[in-house]
Design a protein around this ligand. Structure first.
Ligand SMILES: Cc1cc2nc3c(=O)[nH]c(=O)nc-3n(C[C@H](O)[C@H](O)[C@H](O)COP(=O)(O)OP(=O)(O)OC[C@H]3O[C@@H](n4cnc5c(N)ncnc54)[C@H](O)[C@@H]3O)c2cc1C
Length: 523
């Protein structure tokens, strides 16, 4: 890459921010030659988190990370200065925080009697064990476009293991068997500690403040241009020596059409698809609107690029059925300590230690997480924030006679208090903001080889994809790591950078033996 070369990054999620960082750090590209074009009002994509005590805080997701995996993420954040601890990196401060606040859930599953379910046993029958071993040993070509239910019989979905694994990682029985198998291999260490979530690492604050802002600050200090409210609608291109070359970027910037020229030697990185496309927020008095891809346009660019070009993948494999990819989260802001006090007494965990509490018999399959407080840097003492989600928002609740996706924040709190048998007074000052995400598990939809392009598709001269919808052997989607790894692979390949990318750690060297030992341990 010449020093005059420019890089254009379409989308401002962690994938693009990471790609920009790799361009600067490992490709020696000057910051002023790098521009990120983001359709939304701010950078960070799915890693959002904002608010104040009066309006209420809101975040679409709360993330669990590990330090046994996430190799590329920590490789990146070892170079990004902390915003709060001078002279330290984001990696240093996160590791230190997790040494002080070790995850150890004592109330991982709660049943309909509000009893904590003993999870020393995973609840497997011999048949469940056989089937799980068989699935874990079957190659991806054999699993092909199969669902998890093609390999595991109905009883499996009633085991304690399934309730814990599926709510930790957001799997549904109809999701991809390939992806489920990859999780077994990639997160085999979590298998033995899934009931306490002991391997889970957290960021100090929500992920916008702890991961996005430090990275964005480092990039802008070095001259990277971040352009918000800019939707890329199409890419002009030519074919040169049989290679696909982008020559221009068509965009709508603050509603006005613009064309950016892409010159010889320039590169374009596109975030194709987003799990939070068409997401919508509700309030204490209104349910989130039911948006679709057509409302957000979040899939349009990939759909245009992939039309007639199978080398660019097949977005329809992922966004074809909202009924199979939708769930809802909610963020609750409290001005009164009663809820946290009662939860602490009930769960036996201080906030930040317990991780997920799942109401396993709830119709909505609801879970909540009380993070370490404050969860936002501007959160005053006396205000507390927690996050929750439900994997079946289309079902009628146990305490509210409506599907969750028709409920406002007050109704979601009523359902939650019902499961906890908490007096409604406990949340009388609460502000609950629901968030509907129609494509949140689109990455887990059954797929075949070729539905996801590699980060640099065959025949591409200057275009790469950086997202959850690229193919990376052995790694698992629905993780920050997947987007960061895609970014590192895309940048290194297009620029010809020789530095080694941290490999996916082979914790699963003898998975069969490891699983058998675990089956013995968890009778
Ligand atoms: C509820 C929830 C829970 C999660 N839990 C975890 C967890 O526990 N652990 C974990 O590791 N990960 C978790 N994740 C996943 C993680 O947050 C994502 O994998 C990651 O943030 C995806 O980043 P990305 O940059 O690839 O895509 P995104 O964050 O989706 O960003 C894509 C960006 O591109 C923009 N864009 C798209 N098209 C265009 C266009 N044409 N023009 C301009 N801009 C465009 C979009 O507006 C968006 O901002 C969770 C996510 C959610 C939502």
């Amino acid at each position: 890459m010449s020093t005059n070369s420019k890089a254009w990054l379409v989308g401002g999620g962690i994938g693009s921010l990471a790609a920009a960082a790799f361009l600067l750090r490992d490709g020696s590209v000057p910051g002023e030659n790098v521009t990120i074009l983001e359709a939304g009002p701010i950078m960070g994509g799915s890693l959002d988190g904002a608010g104040d005590p009066a309006a209420g805080y809101s975040m679409r997701g709360g993330r669990m990370l590990t330090t046994d995996n996430y190799e590329c993420t920590w490789d990146l954040y070892q170079s990004i200065p902390s915003l709060h601890n001078a002279g330290r990196t984001v990696f240093d401060e996160t590791v230190e925080f997790n040494e002080q606040h070790k995850s150890h859930a004592l109330a991982r599953l709660v049943d309909s009697r509000r009893a904590k379910v003993p999870v020393a046993s995973m609840g497997f029958s011999m048949r469940n064990r056989r089937e799980l071993l068989k699935l874990s040993q079957t190659g991806e070509d054999m699993l092909a476009s199969g669902c998890i239910t093609d390999w595991l019989s109905p009883g499996f979905f009633e085991t304690e293991f399934w309730y814990m694994w599926s709510t930790t990682f957001a799997f549904q029985p109809w999701h991809s068997a390939v992806e489920f198998r990859r999780y077994l291999h990639r997160f085999v260490l979590e298998f033995s500690r899934i009931e306490t979530l002991a391997g889970v690492k957290r960021t100090i604050y929500n992920q916008y403040d702890s991961l996005v802002l430090p990275l964005q600050t480092w990039l802008t200090t070095l001259g990277v241009r971040l352009i918000a409210d800019c939707t890329v609608t199409d890419l002009d291109h030519k074919t040169e020596d049989g290679r696909f070359m982008v020559t221009g970027i068509r965009c709508l910037r603050q509603g006005r059409s613009e064309r950016i020229s892409v010159n010889d030697g320039d590169f374009v990185f596109v975030q194709n698809g987003s799990m939070t496309a068409a997401s919508s927020l509700g309030s204490m008095t209104s349910a989130p609107r039911k948006l679709t891809g057509a409302d957000s346009g979040g899939w349009t660019l990939w759909e245009k690029l992939a039309e007639g070009r199978p080398q660019f993948g097949n977005p329809a494999a992922f966004n074809r059925c909202i009924a199979q990819s939708c769930w809802e989260s909610f963020t609750v802001t409290l001005q009164d300590p009663a809820f946290f006090d009662q939860m602490t007494r009930f769960s036996g965990n201080q906030p930040g230690i317990g991780g997920l509490v799942t109401f396993k018999d709830s119709n909505w399959l609801m879970s909540i997480v009380l993070a370490f407080q404050p969860h936002f840097p501007n959160q005053p003492a006396g205000v507390q924030v927690f996050w929750g989600y439900s994997l079946f928002p289309d079902r009628v609740g146990n305490f509210v006679a409506k599907p969750m996706d028709e409920c406002n924040g007050a109704e979601i709190l009523r359902e939650l208090c019902g499961h906890l048998r908490f007096d409604p007074e406990t949340v009388k000052s609460a502000n609950c903001i629901p968030c509907r995400m129609p494509y949140i598990t689109s990455m887990f939809m059954p797929r075949v080889r070729g539905d996801r392009p590699p980060p640099v598709p065959p025949g591409s001269g200057n275009l790469a994809f950086v997202s959850q919808f690229v193919e990376i052997p052995d790694d698992v989607v629905f993780t920050v790591e997947y987007s960061v790894r895609a970014a590192q692979m895309a940048v290194y390949e297009l620029l010809g950078i020789g530095r080694a990318i941290p490999p996916v750690t082979p914790h699963d060297k003898s998975l069969k033996a490891q699983l058998e030992a675990l089956f013995k341990a968890f009778k």
